[in-house]
Ligand binder design. Structure first.
Ligand SMILES: Cc1cc2nc3c(=O)[nH]c(=O)nc-3n(C[C@H](O)[C@H](O)[C@H](O)COP(=O)(O)OP(=O)(O)OC[C@H]3O[C@@H](n4cnc5c(N)ncnc54)[C@H](O)[C@@H]3O)c2cc1C
Length: 481
């Protein structure tokens, strides 16, 4: 008979968590939840010793980012992640590309690590300024090891950047910021966990102070008492429901699951679930003759950022579109044609009409109504997508690339950047959370995930989500200390 495996991270069953009283309880362990946990534990006063718990719907899939595992290549890693225990393909006609991923670490176990900031002008409609966010961006970049040096010294990178900048019409083309730890071992300190995932947040926290973590446990409702957060109801793996009590609850279950929990709890707020945004994503694959480059070639990781004229940004990565990460033990094929991939992200207008709501006729096995999604692009959104596509074409011409898969718009959901359903703002009529991520009018109830971000900029959301989660954690600490 198989013995039960010992987990690689300490776990606490939810029935045991139901006996405790937490200062802070975090729901979800992805980018937002992990960042909030790390910050609360590292910044709290040592005397305070807050009791912190985390509840995660998924199981222990991987102890690190998938690309840190030597046995995965891209295809093997995709097959592994497609396991229906972890991925649910949603059936939303207007958002057909969406998959809900549930595992400890959330989607940071397999994200692409692109970590640009929003530009100050892109945050004009936000309740906080870019300057207020700068220290949090810096903290996020430091803990996530964000660097523009991934393709440093690569002849391919330098040649393509030169072609884009000089005569190509893209003078601001630059190295793509990525969350990769490129430090070498120094003084016996190892830096082998190269690609960043939320598991690193959990590790930093764990080595400072223990916290309780329940996995395979689905939070279905927030519990309130006298108008303020008092805990959550969570369903254990055996199907029993437990109430876990907490003074402060942080929902970090993602753009779709966080409003679903809030709506299922009858938390008041006209804007909860509204203003869903995504990044319409244009992809393409291109090739270039290898003989244009010197013997020692290297990789490419290029970003053309958004600007006053461009409501979009795009990335060019190579030299194999699917394998722009590569280790010394992965043999690289010698190709006559080098292959590069484009990822282009456009901004759309945040609109009330783009929204999620509960579907009372469609209840999941946990007793929670599924979501319905209403979503469409406006003619302004479509114009930006056309500009992005034209720009990708002209940049390819500037670099001497030839398409073998021309620019193509992905269905909504496949971008994985959905956001905005609990966006921050000062007006409860048009925002679900205040400038610190607290649900308007419900003390002790916070949101820290992509749903608080209004995608008014073209930058990939995760760095900004992490920066905002750190800010929310600091605000919570300032209230209790
Ligand atoms: C293939 C891919 C590539 C990507 N590349 C990039 C990139 O290069 N740059 C970038 O910025 N972003 C990228 N992203 C997006 C990035 O992964 C997300 O922006 C980020 O993970 C969102 O963080 P989050 O905290 O909102 O949600 P998640 O990371 O999805 O975490 C949510 C967590 O909540 C848990 N959960 C859900 N419901 C419940 C519940 N009811 N109870 C308890 N727990 C629950 C989930 O299991 C999960 O662990 C990519 C995503 C994918 C899939």
């Amino acid at each position: 008979m198989l013995k039960q495996q010992v987990p690689w991270i300490p776990l606490t069953p939810v029935e045991q968590m139901a006996q405790a009283d937490y200062d802070v309880l975090i729901v979800g362990s992805g980018a937002g939840g992990g960042a909030a946990l790390w910050r609360l534990i590292t910044e709290q006063s040592p005397k305070k010793g807050m009791r912190i718990g985390m509840i995660e719907a998924g199981g222990l899939l991987l102890p690190t980012h998938a690309r840190n595992l030597p046995t995965f290549d891209y295809q093997r890693f995709l097959r592994y992640l497609e396991n229906p225990r972890y991925v649910e393909h949603m059936q939303w006609p207007e958002f057909p590309g969406e998959k809900i991923f549930r595992a400890l670490g959330g989607r940071t176990l397999h994200w692409y690590l692109m970590s640009p900031r929003f530009r100050p002008e892109e945050m004009r409609s936000w309740p906080i300024t870019y300057q207020e966010l700068v220290p949090y961006y810096l903290a996020a970049e430091q803990i996530m090891n964000v660097t523009g040096e991934y393709a440093n010294g690569s002849a391919l990178q330098e040649t393509l950047l030169h072609r884009l900048r000089f005569g190509g019409g893209f003078p601001d083309a630059q190295d793509l910021p990525m969350a990769v730890d490129l430090d070498v071992t120094q003084y016996g300190q190892l830096h082998s966990n190269v690609f960043f995932s939320s598991i690193i947040f959990l590790a930093y926290a764990l080595h400072i102070q223990p916290f309780d973590l329940a996995v395979n446990t689905r939070v279905v409702q927030v519990v309130t008492e006298k108008g303020r957060a008092a805990g959550v109801n969570a369903v254990a793996p055996d199907g029993k429901t437990y109430t876990v009590r907490a003074n402060t609850v942080i929902l970090s279950a993602s753009t779709f699951e966080t409003p679903r929990i809030l709506l299922n709890s009858n938390i008041p707020g006209q804007a909860i679930g509204k203003y869903l945004t995504n990044h319409p994503t244009v992809i393409a694959s291109a090739k270039i003759d290898r003989n244009q480059f010197p013997e020692v070639l290297g990789n490419a990781a290029i970003m053309v950022p958004s600007s006053a004229e461009r409501n979009y940004m795009f990335f060019v990565v190579g030299t194999d579109p699917l394998e722009y990460w590569w280790y010394h033990y992965e043999e690289r094929r010698l190709l006559n044609e080098l292959r590069l991939a484009y990822f282009g992200l456009a901004t759309i207008e945040p609109r009330y009409e783009n929204q999620v709501s509960l579907d009372p006729g469609n209840i999941d096995p946990y007793g929670v109504p599924q979501l319905k999604v209403r979503f469409s692009y406006t003619s302004r959104d479509e114009a930006v997508i056309r500009e992005l596509t034209d720009s990708i074409r002209s940049s390819a011409a500037a670099m001497g690339l030839e398409f073998y898969e021309p620019p193509c718009l992905l269905p909504p959901g496949m971008d994985n950047h959905e956001a905005g359903t609990c966006r921050m703002g000062d007006d409860p009529a048009t925002s679900a959370t205040n400038r610190y991520g607290q649900i308007h009018g419900v003390p002790g109830l916070f949101v820290a995930d992509n749903s608080v971000v209004s995608l008014t900029g073209a930058a990939n959301p995760t760095l900004t989500t992490v920066a905002l989660a750190i800010r929310t954690a600091d605000y919570i600490l300032a209230q209790v200390i």
